[in-house]
Design a protein around this ligand. Structure first.
Ligand code: COA
Length: 186
């Protein structure tokens, strides 16, 4: 079963290891390696600041990835999210989709957001497709925004609104619930 566990002190250096892995780092907008010092300061803010929240994704209790809300704006009820499934053997098995659904649930119910945004490299076809299938729409493209793998890469801005989430959630409840969040084997 896929679950989200609040990021805690015990996860500080696990997330550094994950964030530093090439498969995750190359999909981040700010690739270039992340030093222990930078990570340490970032993680302390993650645990302390009210405008962000982090969760470790667990699969039958085993930590396999992480997801985050950042720039949580209480006035505009808007935030950005980021996520990764860090353990390679856990990718492509529905973990990312299940974690994203749980993250949306937290964002729209617990945090009461109106709009959930993300920025994703246009070259990251797996993530772009996943977000589209979960109802995120394309709002615009930042052209040649990052230098990656010896070329300029566009960045897509995508968003999901609470009303769309409520509709798709109702459809899931009506019979198409994701089995990965209900305890069935992957
Ligand atoms: C993007 C990511 C979170 C997706 O999680 P995942 O657990 O691998 O994805 P899922 O198994 O839930 O599959 C989601 C969709 O992607 C497809 N997919 C997954 N891995 C794929 C691959 N290697 N090639 C092609 N399609 C793939 C699945 O078939 C599924 O598509 P569907 O909607 O047609 O069924 C994960 O691959 C990851 O962490 N990648 C590295 C970091 C990253 O890109 N983070 C996002 C930055 S914005």
């Amino acid at each position: 079963m896929i679950e989200l566990v609040d990021c805690a002190e015990e996860h500080r250096w696990l997330l550094h290891r994950w964030r530093s892995s090439p498969e995750v780092a190359r999909q981040m907008l700010d690739d270039g390696g992340i030093s222990r010092t930078v990570h340490n300061a970032w993680y302390t803010r993650l645990l302390q600041d009210g405008d962000r929240h982090g969760w470790v994704v667990t699969d039958d209790g085993r930590p396999v990835g992480a997801c985050f809300l950042s720039a949580i704006n209480a006035t505009d009820r808007r935030a950005y999210f980021g996520m990764y499934v860090a353990e390679p053997e856990s990718r492509g098995r529905g973990v990312g989709r299940a974690a994203l659904r749980l993250l949306c649930d937290r964002a729209f119910t617990e945090h009461g957001l109106h709009k959930l945004c993300c920025q994703v490299l246009a070259s990251n076809e797996v993530a772009v497709q996943l977000y589209r299938r979960e109802g995120f729409t394309h709002e615009g493209t930042l052209r040649e925004h990052v230098w990656r793998d010896e070329q300029w890469v566009d960045v897509h801005q995508m968003a999901l609104f609470a009303r769309s989430w409520s509709q798709s959630r109702a459809a899931l409840t009506d019979g198409a619930a994701d089995h990965r969040t209900e305890g069935a084997p992957g």
